[in-house]
Design a binder for this molecule. Sequence first.
Ligand SMILES: Nc1ncnc2c1ncn2CCCCCNC(=O)c1cc(-c2ccc(F)cc2)cc(O)c1O
Ligand SMILES: [Mg+2]
Length: 217
Amino acid sequence: KGTTREQRALKYLKEHARQGDPDSVLETFDEFCRTQEWAMNAAEEKGDILDEIVRELQPTTCLELGTYCGYSAVRIARNLSPSARLITIEVNPDYAAVAREVVKLAGLQDKIEVINLDSADVIRELKTKYDVTKLDLVFLDHWKYLYIRDIKLIEEEKLLKKGSVVFADNVIIPGAPGYLEYIRGSKNYKSTFYSVHFEYMDDMKDGVEKSVYIGDE
Ligand SMILES: Nc1ncnc2c1ncn2CCCCCNC(=O)c1cc(-c2ccc(F)cc2)cc(O)c1O
Ligand SMILES: [Mg+2]
């Protein structure tokens, strides 16, 4: 019975990272991806931009779509203020299970809630079931063809306010053409494209898109 890549990554983190130290968990995960096995973490240049956004915005309520192993959830939460929190949604039960362990290893279980459901089902219940009024930061990193469905749902639910930031990974590889066309064509957002290296690959380029909501509340 073989293990999955995600289980091997978790094992490596448990053996090499310092319990309760988010920075150590991220550094160790990066080391694993550079030396053992590649994994689809929003790391390196992508992570640096994410850090910058969180430090500048100081968001209170964050939503991440596509947790995977929890790398970006830890990256976001380590820079959050004491009362701030991150809700991260992962439809894949195996990924969600690993992510919960990674979040615990980082000591961030009080700031991060990992939900193992489909993003659309959770977005519709954020106000009623998850006690959310507005989202200050949204990070899109799940299936690329779903970015446009979910940003439209988030707008429909009136979850954004002036200044809310929507940050999207992989707009070049694998690509999210429909999303880019939508968000760049919308008068409710001011978007900026950043050309970055693909995670852990020095000879591949990807792109991330930062969009600030300027529309009506
Ligand atoms: N409706 C929902 N709600 C929540 N989670 C949900 C969902 N629906 C699905 N998921 C679960 C996420 C599935 C993974 C999404 N990420 C990706 O697919 C992804 C892939 C690459 C990649 C690129 C080139 C390659 F050659 C190989 C891999 C890089 C990345 O940075 C990525 O983020
Ligand atoms: Mg990604």
